[in-house]
Design a protein around this ligand. Structure first.
Ligand code: FES
Length: 208
């Protein structure tokens, strides 16, 4: 939420409370994906940079795919017009979300060779790069968990320095994650993005 809305909520809770209740009630018969896509479109229509980034992240977190977001933008063409769609796509590209890259949009996904499984010590977390994507890998004996290194809050690419044991603290707004589970354990409310993985012939593979 913007600082201005936060301020108004505190200054005039009785008035703003009705507004938020209205927004909540207005979408109660829609499935979450549809609600998220409509929210993204409203941010594009109003051209609020911060709002678009926030609602796009939420939409992706809650199950919308990049092609669905693009379809929603294109379907809203009669209302948005080309200039606003281009404005939105510029912001999406600036967010550097790998799933929006053209190759990722057209490919059904594939397994990527990340590293030798023995390079992740038992009980340890290792930060690595694989084909331009930052990853954190955690190993518990024969079980591996692989996470996207981008923060679920605002996509900050979290560096290795942010790791203390199995606790990861995003340098931007200090959300804290437990890499063993991926859960956000302080400040925030969304887990790290888990990436499907497996070990084949001693190599750790990840799917995206
Ligand atoms: S980008 Fe805000 S906590 Fe990571």
């Amino acid at each position: 939420m913007s600082d201005a809305l936060n301020y108004l909520l505190k200054a005039r809770p009785e008035a703003l409370g009705h507004y938020f209740a209205f927004l909540k009630d207005a979408g109660k018969h829609l499935d979450p994906k549809t609600k998220n896509l409509i929210s993204v479109i409203t941010k594009v229509h109003a051209q609020t940079d911060r709002g678009l980034r926030q609602y796009l992240r939420r939409a992706l977190r809650e199950g919308c795919t990049p092609v669905e977001v693009l379809d929603a933008l294109l379907m809203a063409f009669p209302a948005l017009g080309l200039a606003k769609i281009i404005w939105a796509v510029d912001i999406i590209l600036d967010m550097k979300i790998p799933e929006f890259q053209p190759a990722a949009l057209t490919s059904p996904g594939q397994w990527h060779d990340v590293m030798a499984s023995t390079d992740v010590k038992d009980g340890d977390v290792t930060r690595t790069e694989c084909e331009g994507r930052g990853l954190f890998a955690y190993r518990d004996k024969k079980t591996f968990q692989v996470y996207d290194s981008r923060c679920p809050h605002q996509s900050t690419n979290i560096p290795e320095l942010a790791l203390k044991g199995s606790t990861l603290t995003c340098p931007k707004h200090h959300w804290v994650f437990d890499v063993k589970s991926g859960d956000c354990i302080k400040k925030g409310n969304s887990p790290l993005k888990r990436i499907e993985s497996k070990v084949v012939k001693g190599r750790l593979l990840a799917f995206w």
